[in-house]
Structure formats: C-alpha cells, structure tokens
Write a protein that binds this ligand. Structure first.
Ligand code: SF4
Length: 367
C-alpha cells in the first residue's frame, strides 16, 4: 500500500541560527506545522544510536540550513562508462523514503535530511553558469542526493525552480521522483523547460524494496496529469534487479506505462542494472535483512561498484529494450546509464557515439 506524501514522515524540524530569520525557512516552518528547534550553525540534529543503524530514525529529522559548498556541478560519473553529462543541482541531502538499494545510505554519513534554504545563492550560481557558457546546453537534475519532489509540500521549491527555468532556452530541468507530490506543478507557466520524471521498476521491487514510495499506478497517474499540464516526461528503469519473475514484472510495468501515459510526451527513458558500492551491501543488509537481491553473484566494475555479470545484464536489457521498442515514440531517447560501448552495441546494435554521442542524443530529444 502506498504511504502517500513522504514529507508526513518528518516529525522533527531544525533550523540553524543563521537561517532562522530567512523568509524562505520561515515559510517551510509554517508549512510543516511542526515545532522547530534552533541549533548552532555548525551543529546538527542529535540522534540516538550510531550510523548506519540511525539511518532509519534519521528519516524523521529535517534540518533547514545553508549550503556552504557549490550547488551546481557535473554528475559524479566514471570515465570508463558512457555518461549522459548531466548537471546536478544540489538542493539538499537525504530523503524521507527508504529504498533498500539507495546509494545515499553509503554516500552520506549524516542520517538526517538536510534542505538548503539559501536559494538566492543557488540562483546566482545558475545565472553565472548560463552567462559563462552561453553555447552549452544544460540538462539539470535535482534528484542526485535527494528526491526532487518528496519534500515539495513543505518546501514549495518546485515552483521557484520551474519559474526560473521558464525562459532558459539553453537548459532543461528534470525533476525526478518516486513520490507523487505534484500539486505545486499545476498551473505553472513552465515554458516547456521542465521535465517531470519517475523511476519505475518491476511491481514486486516497487512494493517490497522501495519503502514509503508511491505505487506504480500512482506514479503513472501523476505522470499523465503532468503530461496534461504540458510537461515533458522521462522515466528511469534503474536499478533493474534480478528477481523471480523479473521478465513478466518489467514487461507488465512497461505495458502499463504506455496504457496510461502518452508516448509522445516522453523525452527519454534510461536503463541501468543494479550497481552498488561494496559498503552498501553491508549497510543495507543490516537494515533490511529480509531483502535478498544483494546475495546474487556480482563482479567488480571498472568504477569499483559491484555489478551483475555482463551476460545477465545483457539478458535483462534486451528484454526491456525489446518491450519498450513496441511502444516508444520515435523521438524518445532510450539509453543506458553508465554502461560500456560494448553493451550498447550488443543490446541496441549501435553505440552512443554512432548517434553523435549520448549528450547530443538527449539534447535532441528534448529541444
Ligand atoms: S527515493 Fe531515491 S533518494 Fe529516496 S530513498 Fe529511494 S533511492 Fe534514495
């Protein structure tokens, strides 16, 4: 059963001293209807237990603070694999949902969730990037270290970003989520510069391994609404996981996707088989002892992450790519996230380079 809006899971709210008088932080505090604790600028929420056991409790705690680093930077990809050259906009860290395979469990050692309220600095950084590189076409995503929409009913952040992007003719924004908190997107004059994207999976994976996320039907219904509101869409089959009945699972999700969502609204669909840092297996294995997918056989990839054997990846990719090919619109770019040219060739019959490079393929599908 679906949990609904995942921001309901936040029970404790904190704000740093330097942000307590910010108009934006005050608005989030009012929206939350929670009592707020003011803490020092270098302090953090105090949680019982030690990392990683306290990751579960940390999902109840949200800290409003400043981002002291960069907001905007390239996605941390690996040279050995074909990368889409995405630009990451870092709006915060952590997420109230709890996917068993979530890489953030191993990346971030803070169990609490952070949201950065100094958005004026973020927009100044974006202004500067657009002014410095007027010839570059930017594809920007906020879903790298957080879910793009999970906290949106509290933060009302999406309208700020969608409105900012409206007239940026050399960029598109991708809001990627496993929630269906889309209310703030309705009625915005987005100028076609924002795509709304969902991660999809085989039904048993969504039900058992993605805790507090929206169900398949909810995600697809939300996507159909966004299409009605004029947004372009994207979908990510990532991580593709080997499990009993995976063939029918992925096929049924794809069939349902194209029954509910207009194919011509989909700009791109990515495929990526499960890959993980070795430390994640120990962390997630301890937190979710009922999950068994980490105990398949894996090899070490060139990026130090564990991956399925090539033959297994190709088998899964081929089935999914063949099923997608039955329904997908000609303009939609179907691509691999972090796979080698050899896999592209084996599954699609061409490499990204044959088509001008992945970046060009994606830019084309959305322009
Ligand atoms: S929705 Fe994304 S960020 Fe949130 S727990 Fe799942 S994988 Fe991690």
């Amino acid at each position: 059963m679906s949990y609904g809006n995942p921001s309901q899971y936040i029970k404790y709210l904190y704000v740093t001293e330097e942000c307590r008088d910010s108009e934006y932080a005050s608005q989030i505090i009012r929206n939350s209807k929670l009592p707020v604790t003011v803490i020092g600028n270098r302090e953090h929420p105090t949680l019982a237990g030690r990392y990683p056991q306290n990751l579960t409790e940390g999902k109840h705690h949200l800290l409003l603070c400043r981002n002291r680093g960069q907001f905007f930077k390239p996605c941390p990809a690996t040279r050995e694999y074909t990368c889409c050259e995405y630009q990451v906009l870092n709006i915060g860290m952590g997420c109230p949902m709890d996917c068993v395979y979530c890489i953030l469990q191993a990346y971030l050692n803070n169990p609490w969730i952070s949201f950065f309220v100094n958005v004026e600095d973020m927009f100044a950084e974006l202004d500067q990037a657009f002014a410095t590189y007027p010839e570059t076409f930017f594809r920007i995503g906020t879903g790298e270290f957080a879910d793009s929409l999970a906290l949106d009913s509290l933060t009302c952040f999406s309208p700020l970003l969608v409105n900012y992007m409206r007239d940026k003719t050399t960029a598109v924004l991708e809001l990627k989520s496993k929630s269906v908190v889309i209310e703030n997107l309705q009625g915005l004059d987005h100028g076609g510069r924002t795509l709304v994207a969902w991660s999809l999976n085989s039904p048993p994976i969504m039900e058992q391994e993605e805790i507090r996320t929206a169900s398949l039907e909810e995600r697809l219904a939300a996507a159909a609404k966004c299409a009605d509101w004029g947004y372009q869409l994207a979908f990510h089959f990532d991580p593709i996981i080997w499990h009993d009945g995976w063939q029918e699972g992925y096929r049924s999700t794809i069939r349902r996707l194209f029954e509910v969502v207009p194919a011509e609204r989909i700009a791109w669909i990515s495929l990526g088989a499960l890959r993980y840092l070795p430390s994640l297996k120990a962390i997630a294995g301890g937190r979710f002892p009922g999950s068994t997918f980490f105990y398949e056989e894996f090899i070490d990839g060139l990026d130090g992450k564990s991956r399925y054997f090539r033959s297994q990846r190709v088998e899964m990719y081929k089935l999914i790519a063949d099923e997608l090919a039955r329904f997908v619109a000609p303009k939609t770019c179907v691509y691999f996230c972090m796979e080698s040219e050899a896999i592209w060739k084996e599954v699609f019959g061409y490499t990204a380079e044959d088509r001008g490079g992945l970046r060009a393929m994606l830019d084309q599908s959305v322009r």
